[in-house]
Ligand binder design. Sequence first.
Ligand SMILES: [Zn+2]
Length: 298
Amino acid sequence: MRIGIDLGGTKIEGIALAADGRELQRRRIPAPRGNYDDSLRAIVELVTTLEADTGERGTLGVGIPGAVSPATGLIKNANSTWLNGRPLAEDLSRAFARPVRLANDANCFALSEATDGAGAGAAIVFGVIIGTGTGGGVVVNGRVIAGANAIGGEWGHNPMPAAADDERPGPACYCGRSGCIETFLSGPALARDYAASGGEAISALEIAARAATGDPRAEAALSRYESRFARAIASIINVLDPDVIVLGGGLSNIERLYANVPRLWSPFVFSDHLATRLVRAMHGDSSGVRGAAWLWEP
Ligand SMILES: [Zn+2]
């Protein structure tokens, strides 16, 4: 049995998968906020409950909103900031008296989709989560490529490629730079762009719904979004050359992206023919927790 834990900002989800990937049990609890020891205790309780439910002992994988620093073994880059600088992997391994694997939550998403989701069977999968931010993860031959700095797949803070004059320097980003891909492609970024063009303050999905009814301002904002998405992804294709790009997160529900973005990315890719597919995630919100379980690969 494999147990996966998805440590989110507001909830902690746990899943127990049978050897064949069948879901045996799933539980969700509110995530303690602001306190490391409470977070640790909550994970221990959740795993204990899953093992009591199933009567089995599992391997343990945990998806985190950050990464384990290869330099120190401590958590870094977590927006649940009370985890940063803490030895979560070590503390969990000690609590359970067995090895525990930790990975960035976007990497877990990519692994889930590559293992038995929309990227199943593909050699190189780039997983993208677009919602309040833009996460990414790389899976090659069924293994997460975490990278030398544990930032593999983190494309959101690259500059927007082939930026037009009115895209420079671009919106300020929380990372300290301006014009990062995330400042154009996150849900709030699309909403801000629409509002800046004279539209109302509505969500990214509402903008997509208005564009579908022929609203010209929403259509223009979504077209700009698609152009930016295509340019941003083209630079990934040029380096990684993935077979499949799997899209998850709230904005993965905008259906027209799957047809329009691949039509727009060709001029920016160094190839005469493009076999890369852009597809919607199969497991939706469950991919984080499923991927955490798959950190102990088949
Ligand atoms: Zn940034």
